[in-house]
Ligand binder design. Structure first.
Ligand code: NAP
Length: 274
């Protein structure tokens, strides 16, 4: 496993995502992920699966301090009192005393950012969260957040079919973890011939190529999700090969405009007054 060192905290660069995993599939996959060696789990209040993640955490032999656990506040809950209440709910459902990382799931102009971050800082002082961060923050929002609080990560969509040069540059400048969500473009990378060809050359599949490509980049973490045990093992088996210059050049030439998560309330992704 590769670790990123952010704010004196080592974070496993490969995590397990749980978006869309429900009921017993969620419990089983998180339990299995911990057994296979994943030590970083990503959930969110809105995924409505924290109870099932919590069941897996209660069942596993892996000690609480051995894994890194992230949850997120939904975009309607950014008012300070709701930040506190939402965190209490996540902690109760996950069956843990603390989150390693708590994120603002989406930016919103309906709630003052400074008040939300202040509430999150209070949670930190109370020991309920170890770190705070943001998700889906374009450059302007991100810079503003970094000026207000010790942001630990910006979690955004990133994979071989979507360019994120500016946000990655800003994250590195602030020594903030760049967490790549939808690292498989929700499955689209599996259909990309170039990635399949590169994979065949190394005895790997396109998902493994995409995950390795992300993890070879400084300061980047990736959190692929799967409901299959076979894919869960495969997606972890990404540390025993290297991409060569030709592979990297071919990946660099792929179209970089495939955005799979873009709800109506998404910010202007290009918003950059930095
Ligand atoms: N902050 C945010 O707003 C945000 C937004 C989206 C996601 N996320 C986080 O990022 C995580 C990952 O993103 P995601 O869930 O959107 O999608 P993803 O990880 O990019 O892709 C998941 C899809 O890829 C398939 N897949 C996974 N491994 C595979 C393999 N080895 N071979 C073939 N197919 C494979 C899965 O199908 P199978 O189940 O059949 O394997 C599933 O359909 C989420 O679970 C969540 O934790 C955060």
């Amino acid at each position: 496993m590769i670790y990123r060192e952010i704010q004196n905290t080592p974070v496993p660069a490969l995590g397990f995502g749980t978006f869309k995993l429900r009921d017993d599939t969620c419990r089983r996959q998180v339990l299995q992920a911990l057994e296979v060696g994943y030590r970083h789990i990503d959930t969110a209040r809105i995924y409505d699966n924290e109870k099932q993640v919590g069941s897996a955490l209660a069942e596993t032999d892996v000690a609480r301090e051995e894994f890194f656990l992230t949850s997120k506040i939904w975009v309607e809950e950014l008012e300070p009192a709701n930040v506190h209440r939402s965190c209490e709910t996540s902690l109760r459902l996950l069956g843990t005393d603390y989150l390693d990382l708590y994120l603002i799931h989406w930016p919103s102009d309906r709630y003052p950012l400074d008040a939300t971050l202040e509430a999150m800082s209070e949670l930190r002082e109370q020991g309920k969260i170890r770190h705070l961060g943001v998700s889906n923050f374009p450059p302007s929002y991100f810079e503003r957040a970094c000026g207000l609080a010790p942001v630990f990560t910006n979690q955004v969509e990133y994979h071989p079919l979507l360019g994120q040069d500016r946000l990655l540059e800003l994250a590195r400048a602030h020594n903030v973890l760049f967490t790549a969500y939808s690292p498989l473009a929700q499955g689209a990378v599996l259909k990309e011939p170039v990635l399949n060809e590169i994979g065949a050359k190394h005895g790997k599949n396109a998902a493994q190529v995409a995950i390795h490509w992300l993890l070879q980049q400084d300061g980047v973490a990736a959190i692929p999700r799967t409901g299959s045990e076979e894919n869960l093992r495969g997606n972890f088996d990404v540390f025993d090969f290297e991409l060569d210059a030709d592979d990297n050049e071919q990946i660099a030439r792929l179209p970089k405009n495939v955005r799979t998560i873009n709800p109506a309330f998404a910010p202007d992704w290009e918003d950059d007054d930095t």
